[in-house]
Design a binder for this molecule. Structure first.
Ligand code: NI
Length: 183
C-alpha cells in the first residue's frame, strides 16, 4: 500500500523519532508497514524514505538505488530496511553532491556529506547489524538518519545559493548538451 508523503512544514519532520522497541518489531503489522514504506519509495521514485515522511513517529528507514540502463554509470545499492540506525563513526573526508528530498519536492541543493560511515542498526525483525558504507550509499544513509533526527538536507547546505528548482536544472543540462553537440 502506497502511503501519502508529508511535506516540509509537517511538525513530525522536525522532531526526533521514537526508537522502535521490541513490542513494535514483534507486531506482525510492523513488517506490513515496512513493506508499505518500500512501495511508497518506489512509487515516488526515491532512493530512500524515513518513517516520519509518511507521518509515523518511529526510527525506521528504507533505501535502495537501482542501476539504470539509461545511466549505466549511476550508483546502485540493494534494497535495505533498518530500524534504530545510528552512525558509529564517520570519515573526515567529505564529498559534495546534489541532493533532493521527497518531502521538499522540486528542488535540489549541494550538500557535503561524510565520504564513508560505520552504521549500526537493526533489521525490521530486530536482529542487529553493523555495516561500513561509502559514497552515494553513505550519502543516502546520512540523509535518512537526519530525517529521523528531525533534520532535512537544506539544514546541511553551507550555501543556500546552490538551491535549484529541478526545472532550471534540466534546462541548464539541456543547454550544456547543445553546446557540446555544436562543437
Ligand atoms: Ni528526504
Amino acid at each position: 500500500m502506497k502511503l501519502p508523503i508529508v511535506k516540509i512544514g509537517f511538525p513530525g519532520l522536525r522532531r526526533s523519532c521514537k526508537p522502535v522497541e521490541e513490542a513494535v518489531w514483534k507486531n506482525p503489522k510492523f513488517a506490513g508497514f515496512i513493506k508499505s514504506m518500500v512501495q511508497t519509495m518506489y512509487g515516488a521514485q526515491g532512493v530512500g524514505l524515513a518513517a516520519n515522511q509518511v507521518g509515523v513517529d518511529l526510527r525506521a528507514i528504507v533505501l535502495e538505488c537501482r542501476a539504470s540502463k539509461r545511466y549505466p554509470g549511476s550508483p546502485h545499492f540493494p534494497l535495505q530496511a533498518y530500524v534504530n540506525p545510528r552512525v558509529v563513526s564517520a570519515s573526515k573526508k567529505m564529498d559534495v553532491d546534489w541532493e533532493g528530498c521527497l518531502s521538499i519536492p522540486g528542488y535540489r541543493g549541494l550538500v557535503p556529506r561524510h565520504q564513508s560511515l560505520v552504521v549500526e542498526a537493526q533489521r525490521p525483525d530486530g536482529t542487529k547489524l553493523r555495516r561500513r558504507v561509502s559514497g552515494f550509499e553513505a550519502r543516502v544513509f546520512q540523509h535518512e538518519i537526519d530525517h529521523i533526527n528531525g533534520f532535512v538536507y537544506i539544514d546541511r547546505m553551507p550555501d543556500m545559493k546552490t538551491l535549484m528548482h529541478e526545472g532550471e536544472m534540466t534546462r541548464l543540462a539541456q543547454a550544456a548538451q547543445k553546446k557540446t553537440k555544436s562543437r
